[in-house]
Structures are given as C-alpha cells and as structure tokens.
Design a protein around this ligand. Structure first.
Ligand code: SF4
Length: 154
C-alpha cells in the first residue's frame, strides 16, 4: 500500500489552499492501492495557513526537541507539525503502507529538499518532519518526482 501527500492528488490542502494533479498518483488512489494524508491538516492547522519552515536544525532535531518549526509570522507551530507527523505514521501503520510518495520541498513532506528556515526561498538538502518520521519507522519515502521518473508507464 502507498501513502500519498493529499495535495498531490487534487486536495486543496496546501498552505495557500492550492493543489497539484498527477494522473498516475490519482490512479493509485482510485484503484485502492494508495491512501492519502495531509500531515499539516491532520495536525490541526487551518487552510489556508501561513507558510512554515524548519528553523534552527533538521527535522530529526525537531523530533528530538532541538529545533522548531515557525511560520512566517514567527508563530511556533512545532506541536501541530509533530501531531500531524505522528497521526500520519499511525494511519500508515494501520493501512500497512510500505512506500510513501510525498511532496518535495515541504517542511512536512519534503524528501530531498526543504527551505532553509529564513523564508527567502533558498532550498537546502533535507527532509520534512513527516518524511523523516516515516523513514525512521521503516517506511520507504520518495518524492513525487522520484516515483514518477521510476514508474514504467509514466
Ligand atoms: Fe499537506 Fe504535505 Fe501537501 Fe503540505 S506537502 S499540503 S503537509 S500533504
């Protein structure tokens, strides 16, 4: 079973209430091979919401209470992000998910890249909080680009 970031299959759950459409990913959902989740919505954040970035460390540091997630107004939203990450993990475990296909560059879902915490648009190498937690718990995590480039029918 796959778990897919909800915003990749048309759910308007991004911070700006927008979404993306990837027919290959939608097919997985429609055929019952994938469940969808938005960690930030599961964590109780509103939509639309202020954009947030990991500040002062990595996602692993956030999991170990050594860094925070702040929105662009300076509000500390770490607890909501943690709640959402653990709820997503529980959902994944309940549905026996082996692979998560998550939205690149998100502070929750990013697989290879996240923003640098300064809200300047600068990307750095790193993973989002939910991506890190799922990977720690043995779930393979890939970005939408990883998955689509490896999919034979794409
Ligand atoms: Fe939700 Fe992840 Fe998409 Fe952000 S990237 S809107 S947390 S599913």
């Amino acid at each position: 079973m796959y778990l897919i970031s909800a915003c990749l299959v048309g759910q308007p759950v991004r911070y700006d209430a927008k979404s993306y459409t990837y027919p290959i990913l939608q097919q997985l959902v429609d055929s019952g091979q994938a469940i969808i989740a938005c960690p930030e919505m599961l964590g109780g954040l509103a939509c639309p919401r202020a954009p947030a970035e990991i500040h002062g460390g990595t996602a692993l540091d956030v999991l170990q209470s050594r860094a925070h997630i702040l929105d662009n107004t300076g509000l500390d939203v770490t607890q909501a992000f943690l709640n959402g990450a653990y709820q997503t993990l529980r959902l994944a475990q309940k549905h026996h998910v082996s692979v998560a296909i998550l939205k690149e560059k998100s502070p929750s879902c990013g697989r290879h890249w996240i923003y640098d915490g300064q809200f300047t648009g600068q990307l750095i190498t790193g993973m989002g909080l939910t991506a890190t937690l799922l990977q720690q718990e043995g779930i393979q995590v890939c970005s939408e680009h990883d998955f689509i480039s490896a999919w034979p029918e794409a």
